[in-house]
Design a protein. Structure first.
Length: 184
């Protein structure tokens, strides 16, 4: 089960490049994960507005067709069940040091019912390799300022705080941290 579009991670896990036909499954997992982690922070209107703009099936399908990004699914080798997904591509965070060759982890989600099982670590190892496939480059990620767990997770991979920006969720405005990992 190894090809440019499918990569075996362990006996139990593989990563598969998402295609437009996967839009509904990706949208569902994205909504479940976002709501489980952040849903309590927003009023219903702001939350629904954001979910529609970012994770409607049409929005996800458009993202899956974007030539400047890749979406990878983390899947169970036995059942084929999607356990997580990552959206990666050219860096586009609002930071003056971002160069044209820099990469970004735009979204990295693991099914909230499966956290704490090491899935995120195994998937991140693959994603970082994927982002470096064309050679070493700086990598970036934006993280919600109060998401200490995600900040620790990225720090374990060499990402360091590099700035901040405001991220809209409906009418709400969140403070996001920008983290950078210097090219190896």
């Amino acid at each position: 089960m190894t090809s440019p579009q499918v990569q075996r991670l362990t006996d139990a896990l593989y990563a598969r490049r998402a295609m437009p036909v996967d839009a509904e499954a990706v949208a569902r997992l994205a909504i479940e994960t976002f709501v489980a982690k952040f849903g309590h922070l927003y009023n219903m209107q702001d939350l629904q507005t954001y979910l529609h703009l970012a994770y409607s099936v049409d929005a996800v399908e458009q993202t899956l067709r974007d030539a400047d990004s890749e979406t990878w699914l983390l899947c169970d080798s036995g059942s084929g069940e999607t356990l997580g997904f990552a959206l990666v591509g050219k860096a586009s965070l609002p930071h003056p040091d971002i160069g044209p060759a820099d990469g970004e982890i735009k979204r990295f989600y693991v099914d909230p019912s499966r956290t704490g099982q090491g899935l995120g670590t195994q998937f991140m190892d693959f994603i970082l390799t994927r982002l470096q496939k064309d050679g070493p480059r700086h990598l970036w990620v934006g993280v919600y300022s109060d998401n200490d767990g995600a900040q620790r997770f990225y720090a374990r991979y060499g990402f360091e705080h590099a700035g901040e920006y405001i991220f809209p969720v409906g009418e709400a405005r969140d403070r996001e941290y920008i983290f950078k990992r210097v090219a190896p």
